[in-house]
Design a protein around this ligand. Structure first.
Ligand SMILES: [Zn+2]
Length: 318
């Protein structure tokens, strides 16, 4: 995945809260009153997720079911390419062009978010609808969101209540070490595009299906997740046509290897892979995101067809 060196980035779509602490997160629903301690091990993590869900306002949509391992939340956090206190203005200063996105993890987030939202803006406009942008917040360790206080252990997620994607860039490393993915720029892009898929579902109303039945291979939750994967593939289909604010193409090259890296990441976060690795037993009745094969299938469906309607994961078998 190569960005056009001269494409202009809109860093306003991404907010950098690293170093500012969870108090700055500021979602409308407030937080859980400062209790953002380390989830120690799996029990703690599950507890945290339950707390998040119970934290009203909205159910956060994470990339995985959260049972992926026992690492503590902060050990892998903050391993982006910046350390220490970062003011929210610094992305604007350093992420100006596609050339910046080609060399920096931070700026790549900005460029991918720009591309994904440019695609959806065009899609909604073509259907006489307005696409309200969703911000991405880069945080480190823990952050307060409209869905409650979240730690990095949850992984990247979309909060419907404040229409925001939350991401600790330490996850790029976890994708490799914890989930066994190859990683790479397009694996990162897949993750972001998946989260923005949830934003689109929030706009269309499809997100409601995740609340009807929470678990199981054919549950509404799994269907919602697979549709988000399909929407990620849909964006990938059109990625090299997305443009910056001046009409210049943002992504000039997307290779077979990139798509392969995306599929590899999609499989790595499949429920069966995670269960086989971390609970020794695969139990489809507890799936929340779908198997590796399902996640690949639906990403490919969107990617190969380029057809929004092909991403209907609700009417047939998945
Ligand atoms: Zn998801």
């Amino acid at each position: 995945m190569q960005f056009d060196d001269d494409a202009q980035l809109d860093s306003g779509q991404v907010r950098d809260e690293r170093g500012s602490g969870p108090a700055r997160g500021g979602g409308p629903g407030g937080g859980l009153g400062g209790g953002f301690g380390l989830p120690g091990g799996r029990g703690g993590l599950i507890g945290l997720i339950l707390t998040l869900i119970a934290a009203v306002v909205g159910v956060p949509l994470a990339l995985t079911d959260g049972s992926g391992g026992t690492s503590n939340a902060l050990s892998s956090a903050g391993s982006g390419d910046v350390s220490g206190t970062v003011s929210s203005g610094s992305l604007a200063a350093k992420c100006r062009t596609g050339a910046d996105a080609n060399v920096s993890d931070d700026c790549r987030v900005v460029a991918v978010v720009n591309s994904v939202q440019n695609y959806w803006t065009g899609f909604f406009a073509a259907n006489n609808q307005k696409y309200p942008q969703a911000q991405t917040v880069i945080f480190s360790g823990a952050t307060r969101t409209g869905c409650g206080t979240a730690s990095s252990a949850v992984g990247p997620f979309y909060c419907p209540a404040d229409r925001t994607v939350y991401l600790d860039l330490g996850f790029w490393q976890e994708l490799k070490t914890k989930f066994g993915a190859r990683g790479g720029p397009f694996a990162q892009a897949y993750v972001l595009a998946h989260e923005y898929g949830h934003h689109v579902q929030n706009l269309t109303g499809a997100l409601r299906n995740s609340q009807s039945s929470q678990q199981g291979a054919n549950s509404g939750a799994v269907r919602v997740e697979l549709q988000a994967d399909c929407y990620a593939g849909l964006w990938a289909h059109y990625a090299t046509t997305t443009k910056d604010a001046y009409g210049r193409v943002l992504i000039k090259d997307l290779t077979k290897q990139d798509i392969s890296d995306g599929l590899d990441a999609a499989a790595a976060v499949g429920d069966d892979r995670i269960q086989a690795q971390y609970q020794q037993r695969v139990t489809p009745e507890t799936w929340t995101h779908g198997s590796a094969a399902q996640r690949q299938k639906w990403f490919l469906t969107g990617y190969q067809t380029g057809d929004f309607q092909s991403c209907d994961t609700f009417s047939g078998a998945v």
